[in-house]
Design a protein around this ligand. Sequence first.
Ligand code: SF4
Length: 333
Amino acid sequence: MKGFDFEEERLKQEITRLNAKRVLLQMPEGLKPEAPRITKLVEKSGALPIVSADPCYGACDLATAEAESLDADLLVHFGHAKMLKHEKVPTLYLEARATQVVDKAVAAAIPLLADYTRIGLATTVQHVQTLDIAHEILTRAGKTVEVGDAGRVPYAGQVVGCDFSNVKSIAADVDAFLFVGGGKFHALGVALATSKPTVIAEPYSGTAHPVGEEVQKIQKQRYASIQEASQAKNFGVLVSLKSGQKHLEQALHIKETVEKMGKTAFLFAVREIQPHVLIEFPTVDAYVNTACPRISLDDASRFKKPVLTVEEFRVVSGESSWANLLKGGLFEN
Ligand code: SF4
């Protein structure tokens, strides 16, 4: 696959260094087409490759348990930076950095940032190496540039779908954000987390465009879900079985809070929170999602019942307010 660095030499070296005999390969959907090619490389290095075909959306979903059950002596996780602290199986992160240059896209963003002087930069791990050049282009265009370095994510300026600490840490010091990367998922998150105008510089096409009215659309939808959930007589509390998304203690606390409100709560353990999974429980009025908060925010229209984030539930229980959520709290599971 053109456009991404799979660090093949590093992969071979690590297999040799660990004398690995069985390697589990895990990659997000967009990179999976490369899996057959990578298995050949692993085989040539003397190990048996096994590809995890299950969906993978982030480093929060590290296939450690799967690697253990398959007796793999190395887990290779592609496409994300390290997120979890402890891995029981030796784990190699290959971040699949994009090889595209960003000059054209950043230059295209400058007219869209004409009304703003102080610009915050944000990106995903695929493009963190391009932030210096983006910084330089913006500075040459007369902008003051800020890059946040505050979160649990490893790189300055980096965001992941549920962690926008880097942009939040500089939101008060900038007029707008420039997000360098493809798609709307992360840029929408930047706009929702900071309430600042956000422009996307899209390296793959060399174009730029602002995050449009979708932010208001999502906020409106979330408000409606919270209203609907406040009428619920019972709640399903969703506990993820994915290692980095499992928040059992939090789920138990929510169950207790629901019961204190005089309502009923059920705990549901789940790997994939999908509409067809929840539809099997027609008597449940609303859900609280202690797993990936983006499932609640981005997939809302696919669910028949409200699926609140933990912070949204805190509005229903009276511990927080809608105004607080609008200050960027939608993501904090
Ligand atoms: S919890 Fe969701 S948004 Fe966060 S890293 Fe995992 S998949 Fe991405």
